[in-house]
Write a protein that binds this ligand. Structure first.
Ligand SMILES: [Fe+2]
Length: 232
């Protein structure tokens, strides 16, 4: 089942990677049972990003919102598998939006937690090395990039994300936005994502979302971004 899904929904392979498979011996048979997507552990305490992002936001965001995407992804995959088992491909295809939404939500948030770090540790500052050079080459300067990212975030209507991504074909960096939980896929490799959903800031910043977009740079983990850039 999972192998079919991985062929038909390449955009969500990342989500499926987190679904533990049966041991190799069990997979030798013609069928195998996939595991469930699970909520990843946070790499820091919920309160560790304060005062820039409150512990209350982080706890709700991770333990409730992200958990809902994990549950929705598992449910969508189960429903698709059931439809597939019955040969009801119309039903399976009709579930694609659910898979995209919850699978994207799981992927995006899994990347997001690792994009952040306490300001007292790896958070904040500016990138250096090859990543800095690439940002300077493609945006002019780090300050210009940050302003463009904040402008992109402010321009998102409704819910969505802004991403710094590397285009594997062209080799350059790009700034892209995605509506709702649409994941960054295809030739684009997501390096840094900032969540512009109200649930990411409203408890602390209310309608002052520009303050959230300014504050989050104090807790961006450039080491993670550089590692992703190096592998892209
Ligand atoms: Fe979120």
């Amino acid at each position: 089942m999972a192998s079919t899904l991985m062929r038909t929904t390449p955009a969500l392979r990342g989500a499926l990677r987190s679904r533990a498979m049966k041991p190799a011996a069990a997979m030798a048979s013609t069928t195998f049972v996939r595991g469930k997507a699970t909520l990843p552990d946070m790499p820091y305490d919920y309160g560790a990003l304060e005062p820039h992002i409150s512990g209350q936001i982080m706890e709700l965001h991770h333990s409730k919102h992200h958990q809902t995407y994990v549950n929705g992804l598992n449910s969508a995959l189960d429903s698709i598998a059931e439809a597939e088992g019955k040969g009801d491909y119309t039903k399976a295809a009709s579930l694609a939006p659910l898979l995209n939404f919850h699978g994207g939500g799981h992927l995006n948030h899994s990347l997001f937690w690792e994009n952040l770090a306490p300001a007292s540790r790896d958070g904040g500052g500016e990138p250096d090395g090859a990543l800095k050079k690439a940002i300077d080459a493609d945006f002019g300067s780090f300050d210009t990039f940050r302003k463009q990212m904040n402008t992109a975030l402010a321009g998102i209507q409704g819910s969505g994300w802004a991403w710094l991504a590397k285009d594997k074909s062209a080799g350059n960096l790009q700034l892209v936005t995605r509506a709702n939980q649409d994941p960054v896929t295809g030739n684009l490799v997501p390096l840094l994502g900032i969540d512009a959903w109200e649930h990411a800031y409203y408890l602390q910043y209310q309608n002052r979302k520009a303050e959230y977009f300014d504050a989050i740079w104090n807790v961006v983990n450039w080491k993670t971004v550089a590692e992703r850039f190096g592998k892209a």
